[in-house]
Write a protein that binds this ligand. Structure first.
Ligand code: AMP
Length: 279
């Protein structure tokens, strides 16, 4: 596997591949890789000739500097994992490489996507995500880019940015990978104790309960009951539980709309998110 740390080297390599008619698949990550990330790499390997994974903990998408400092960094292990699954290239740039002085990102109007859930609770988060992914897209111009439904709102933001900025890139959403317990895989899970991991299963239990009762109960009642269940569930602290339209994340007006339930909660100082398709 090739390891590049500058856009210049990476672009020179990619140009040769594109000139030979090869299709490039891109999987952006922040490292601390797990099987959720690997499922995206496998999808790319299946669909494309060259698979490129980036590892970059993007400071501009963290609205909490402590969260940024505590974000796990496991570069050597990540490189071994990527080699083992036959990823072709890993790109590991520095912050200065990604953001040269005076680098500016075009504004993209996110509407509802910025005013609900992750957009509302993490001000500036999606601006940072669009900044880093936009910069990578400009430099790499992959044929396909792969994103997990684990960060469903982020996937919607990326699709909007790609359409707004006319990037000729196919965005592929990939299903959420879970532990045997149902807990969604996340780089943040390694910061949880064994009892924290056990307690964190409550997120998917509540999402599954919402799915089971979706046709039976009004949405307001489902939301009320999930919130009440969390109040009794120390030490989990619910940040939000919401049911929203799968396409634009706007409120649901009737049960015929495609719907998803979204959840965010804190446990042992770790913020976890998850979501489920309700239809
Ligand atoms: P991150 O390193 O957290 O920025 O994630 C990089 C990519 O991996 C994003 O597109 C995430 O949505 C995706 N991802 C993270 N966890 C999972 C998971 N459990 N299942 C599927 N995709 C995931």
């Amino acid at each position: 596997m090739l390891v590049f740390r500058t856009f210049k080297e990476l672009r020179a390599f990619l140009k040769k591949q594109v000139d030979n008619g090869l299709k490039i698949g891109f999987v952006p990550t922040m490292g601390a890789l797990h099987d959720g990330h690997i499922s995206l790499i496998s999808k790319s390997i299946e669909k494309c000739d060259i698979t490129l994974c980036s590892i970059f903990v993007n400071p501009t998408q963290f609205n909490d500097s402590e969260d940024l400092d505590r974000y796990p960094r496991t570069e050597v292990r990540d490189i071994h994992l990527l080699e083992a699954v036959k990823c072709d290239v890993v790109f590991i740039p520095s912050v200065d490489e990604v953001y040269p002085p005076n680098y500016k990102t075009p504004h993209v109007e996110l509407d509802t996507l910025e005013s609900v859930m992750e957009g509302a609770l993490r001000p500036g988060h999606f601006t940072g995500v669009m900044q880093v992914v936009g910069r990578f897209f400009e430099q790499i111009l992959p044929d396909y880019a792969f994103f997990g439904e684990k960060d469903y709102q982020q996937l919607a933001v990326i699709k909007k940015m790609v359409s707004h900025r006319n990037f000729p890139i196919n965005i592929v959403g990939c299903e959420i990978q879970r532990e045997a317990t149902g807990l969604a895989m996340s780089s943040r899970n390694i910061r949880l104790s064994n009892s924290g991991l056990k307690n964190a299963e409550f997120l998917i239990e509540q999402l599954n309960w919402a799915k089971k009762n979706y046709e039976l109960l009004p949405n307001s009642e489902i939301e009320k009951r999930v919130k009440a269940a969390f109040l009794e569930q120390n030490p989990l602290e619910l940040e939000y539980f919401e049911i929203a339209d799968s396409n634009n994340l706007a409120p649901i007006l009737n049960k015929d709309q495609p719907a998803r339930a979204f959840i965010a909660a804190h446990i042992e100082g770790v913020r976890l998110i998850d979501n489920i398709d309700l239809n």
